[in-house]
Design a protein around this ligand. Structure first.
Ligand code: ZN
Length: 265
């Protein structure tokens, strides 16, 4: 049976894009976790554990990480988390962890407030800034800039490209869609081929606009993190001792409150 604290809405927000098999897997993992601790009911904590496992792979506590790597990871994730809390239009921070999972040494999870079908320009700009935050946090604290940010930067470029080419969010380029996808190619089972239906001039302008979106948000993110550097360091410090922080705990750190009770999830 399910415990009363299981909130299907919170689970649904955190599992957007799951197919039926993923959801079955999620319920199964939650039940297994409850059984492991001889619980009579399956609690929200079991679902949280199961969700992380299904989405990001098992925890790899056996992975040997030296103190320096841990420190860099904490700073990096603190950068994402602080921006997630500070920027008005970004998705709320759900939790931050420096427990390695799958390929990642740390993760900052954001949960959308509702099912988003349309993305506003402000939201997308804030997402770009949050993604850049990890790298910037490393830079402004003179922590070695790691290759850990590689995936963030890929996602930033992809997001900025779609803002310009698919969602018409660049005034300089205009509200046109470029590089439409060829349905036939997909049907034939090949990779999606970007159909180039624009001139070299437009290609250059698109590149400039992508660069501008990234640079503008880089500057914006950097000024927030520089101004709140002490909060940034405190989040990193708490991450090093607790390994996991909830979104609420991050907010409490940013507003200068203490974290008396231990981390709950
Ligand atoms: Zn990152």
């Amino acid at each position: 049976p399910l415990s009363d604290d299981v909130d299907a809405r919170v689970l649904a927000r955190g599992t957007a894009g799951f197919c039926g098999a993923d959801l079955a897997n999620l319920v199964n993992e939650a039940a297994l976790n409850a059984a492991r601790y001889n619980q009579k009911t399956v609690t929200m904590q079991d679902f949280e554990f199961a969700k992380d496992k299904v989405m990001m792979g098992s925890e790899r506590r056996s992975l040997v990480i030296n103190e320096e790597e841990k420190q860099i990871t904490a700073i990096h994730e603190a950068g994402h988390a602080l921006l997630g809390v500070e920027l008005e239009h970004s998705d709320p921070v759900h939790k931050v962890t420096i427990i390695p999972r799958g390929m990642a040494l740390g993760v900052t999870q954001q949960l959308p407030e509702d099912d988003k079908h349309n993305y506003s320009s402000e939201y997308l700009h804030d997402q770009v800034a949050v993604l850049l935050g990890g790298r910037i946090a490393e830079e402004i604290t003179n922590t070695t800039v790691t290759t850990g940010a590689g995936n963030d930067l890929d996602r930033v470029t992809e997001l900025a490209r779609r803002m310009v080419c698919e969602w018409g969010m660049s005034e300089a380029v205009g509200p046109l869609t470029f590089g439409r996808k060829e349905g036939e190619e997909i049907f034939l089972g090949r990779d999606i081929v970007q159909h180039k239906d624009y001139s070299e001039d437009t290609a250059i302008r698109i590149d400039q606009e992508i660069k501008r979106i990234v640079t503008d948000n880089y500057d914006r993110a950097r000024s927030v993190l520089t101004e709140k550097k002490s909060e940034l360091l405190r989040i990193a410090e708490e991450l090093l001792t607790r390994e996991v922080l909830s979104g609420d705990q991050v907010k409490r750190i940013v507003s200068g409150q203490s974290l008396e009770e231990p981390a709950t999830s």
